[in-house]
Ligand binder design. Structure first.
Ligand SMILES: NC(=O)C1=CN([C@@H]2O[C@H](COP(=O)(O)OP(=O)(O)OC[C@H]3O[C@@H](n4cnc5c(N)ncnc54)[C@H](OP(=O)(O)O)[C@@H]3O)[C@@H](O)[C@H]2O)C=CC1
Ligand SMILES: CC(=O)N[C@@H](CCC(=O)OP(=O)(O)O)C(=O)O
Length: 345
């Protein structure tokens, strides 16, 4: 059994890890931390876990995480980098759900996150945790940087187009929407019920930290210069993400061939569903599951291709993706413990 520790067990991605790992056949939950709830039984805070998780929260200072085989950091940016060096030295694998190891260039990370990077020497050793595009690196890694939720949709949607040189890499526009749980469980005015329900707005239009993360990864897929305009929006729902990705085709290709290209690309990826051409994927078809669904469109058969992508921001966009990486790091079947079907309605 893999002994698992979770730092940040009271947040949304933390409790989502607990939901998935409590029924994972190869996992023994070993330590779950919270600074505020030290000593509280986990199931007292989350009754959905009664009878499934018998541990208590412990303070991060007291938890002996070195007894774990792997530690997930479901914490704000900057927390994992403080503890990862010692854990790695003790032979513990680390999966960070925050951005500490996502961006290879220290200066770029510090510019966008406004935090000094305290272990830049580890950046080159971190595998970027998007299994569909980086499976072999993740299998060998001791340190994994789990991607941001929006970047997951943008990369999986744009990858086949860029890799095959079909679109102008300088013409990428991503119009993305997230449910409110994407902002985490901490109290903030913008995520109060009376602020975010029955309301809709864009944010971060002038610049969002997922742009440098996504651009750097997309640039790996093409020698052409990538230019990405990314606009996130907050939608009045709890879970779910919908990304509408636009690009200009530069090659003559039929819709059938375009569709086949995507189907071939993801035929061995259990968590990417390429829907029939012209479909309209719904966020609820992914709710609670690790599945990302996408569909291609081409209005008036013109030279604009649109990729619609949906996922659950807390599963494929965060905790499910992290478990997928853990499976690969420990030589398990990638899908172990992750085959839940989405909740309807
Ligand atoms: N929500 C989402 O959809 C996604 C989130 N992410 C990323 O995952 C990470 C976690 O997000 P989310 O679960 O939403 O966040 P939450 O705000 O819901 O939870 C944060 C957790 O971290 C703990 N924590 C906060 N500060 C510290 C600290 N200094 N040391 C140790 N523990 C700390 C908190 O518990 P306590 O205060 O009790 O210690 C809490 O359990 C973030 O980096 C986020 O950007 C990534 C993809 C999607
Ligand atoms: C709705 C909402 O606020 N979403 C978050 C993104 C959540 C995420 O993916 O987080 P990290 O990349 O920060 O880990 C945001 O835009 O900041």
């Amino acid at each position: 059994m893999i002994k698992v520790g979770i730092v940040g067990g009271t947040g949304y991605t933390g409790v989502e890890l607990l939901r998935l790992l409590a029924v994972h056949p190869d996992v023994e939950l070993t330590a779950i931390t919270s600074r505020k709830e030290d000593g509280l039984p986990v199931a007292d805070m989350f009754p959905s876990l009664r009878g499934r998780v018998n541990l208590k929260f412990s303070s991060p200072d007291n938890a002996d995480l070195t007894q774990c085989d792997v530690v997930f950091f479901a914490t704000p940016h900057g927390v994992a980098m403080a503890q990862a060096p010692a854990l790695l030295k003790a032979g513990v694998k680390v999966i960070d759900l925050a951005a500490d190891f996502r961006i290879q260039e220290k200066a770029v990370f510090e510019k966008w996150y406004k935090i000094e990077h305290t272990c830049p020497d580890l950046l080159e050793h971190a595998a970027y945790g998007l299994a569909e595009l980086n499976r072999e690196d993740i299998k060998k890694a001791n340190l994994v940087a789990n991607p941001g939720c929006y970047p997951t949709t943008m990369q999986l949607g744009y990858y086949p187009l860029l890799k095959n040189g079909l679109v102008d890499a300088g013409s990428l526009i991503a119009d993305c929407k997230s449910g409110v749980s994407g902002a985490g469980r901490k109290a903030e005015i913008g995520t109060l019920f009376s602020e975010s329900s029955d309301n809709f707005k864009a944010y971060g239009v002038a610049g969002h930290r997922h742009t440098p993360e996504t651009s750097a990864q997309l640039q790996r897929f093409t020698s052409d210069k990538v230019s990405l305009i990314f606009t996130p929006h907050l939608v009045p729902m709890i879970r779910g993400m919908h990304s509408t990705l636009y690009a200009r085709l530069t090659k003559d290709i039929s819709n059938e061939d375009l569709q086949k290209l995507f189907e071939d690309q993801y035929k061995d990826s259990a968590f990417v569903d390429v829907m029939p051409f012209g479909s309209h994927p719904e966020t609820r078809s992914t709710r609670g599951s690790n599945m990302l669904r996408l569909a291609l469109h081409r209005p008036d058969n013109g030279n604009t291709v649109i990729v619609l992508v949906v996922q659950d921001n807390l599963v494929k966009g965060a905790s499910g993706q992290a478990v997928q990486c853990m499976n690969l790091m420990f030589g398990l079947e990638e899908t172990t413990g992750l085959m839940q079907i989405a909740l309807l309605p």
